[in-house]
Ligand binder design. Structure first.
Ligand code: FES
Length: 166
């Protein structure tokens, strides 16, 4: 073949380049849509997935115990790890997992740290209090209960899902 046949004209070069770039951009836009169509559970950024917290139901008592764990969040192509915490315990025989984030202004509540108010969650920021099931104590700053995690027990192990307001 002559060298002339191998040459790419300016028009051909631009056509190839623009087609390539356009195809790449279209794939970038279509891939997340296809993924969500195939798996609606991923639509909320992976937040609706359940993750193991490394505790079994047999490890629990009625005394809330704090568990720290991490969840993987996906946003388009980007995946990140986010730390989460929960107070986990048995409430009337059922596994309950509460968010430790105070519903007043977002400080972190602790269990049983106010000597005058035994068996309650206590927020040191403005002395907010919650009953063991997360109900806010009237007359203290929080006006709604602690948020609650979706809970699943699989083969005796505890998995937590999304956090819900009540
Ligand atoms: S942030 Fe908890 S009482 Fe204000």
């Amino acid at each position: 073949m002559s060298e002339k046949k191998h040459r790419v004209s300016r028009r051909q070069f631009l056509t190839y380049t623009l087609t390539g770039v356009g195809g790449f951009m279209a794939a970038g836009m279509l891939a997340p849509m296809v993924r969500m169509a195939l798996d609606p559970a991923l639509e909320a950024g992976g937040d609706s997935e359940f993750v193991s917290i490394g505790l079994s139901e047999a490890d629990l008592t009625e005394e809330p115990q704090r568990v720290d764990f991490s969840v993987e969040l996906e946003d388009g192509w980007y995946t990140s790890e986010q730390s989460r915490s929960a107070w986990v315990f048995l409430n009337e025989g059922e596994v309950m997992a509460l968010s430790p984030v105070c519903t007043h202004l977002g400080c972190t509540v602790d269990w049983n740290t106010s000597p005058e108010n035994q068996d309650q969650f206590f927020c040191p920021c403005h002395f907010g209090r919650f009953e063991r099931d997360g109900t806010n104590v009237p007359g203290t700053p929080p006006t709604r209960p602690l948020d609650v995690y979706d809970v699943e027990v699989r083969d005796g192990m505890i998995y937590l899902g999304q956090i819900n307001q009540r």
